[in-house]
Design a protein around this ligand. Sequence first.
Ligand SMILES: [Zn+2]
Length: 88
Amino acid sequence: MAELRNYMEEVVRRALDRFLKDNPGICDCVKCRMDMAALALNELPPRYVVTDRGQVFAKVSQLECQFEADVLMAIMRAVEKVVDNPRH
Ligand SMILES: [Zn+2]
């Protein structure tokens, strides 16, 4: 079954996971994580594609290379905002 997906969402999720793993001092609860992902995604261009289930990951690494610097910058800004003003 075909699905509409935003690959950028997957790229941000993975980059955010790595970032939080590398920075253990930052709260990585579900609330903060989702706030960070939302803030970062609002800064990044969406990349919508129609895909069959399960094919998402093949193209994610391609995008990761293309947008690595932008994604990391957006994540760092998002993390800063959430750390300054956590919702808990
Ligand atoms: Zn938290």
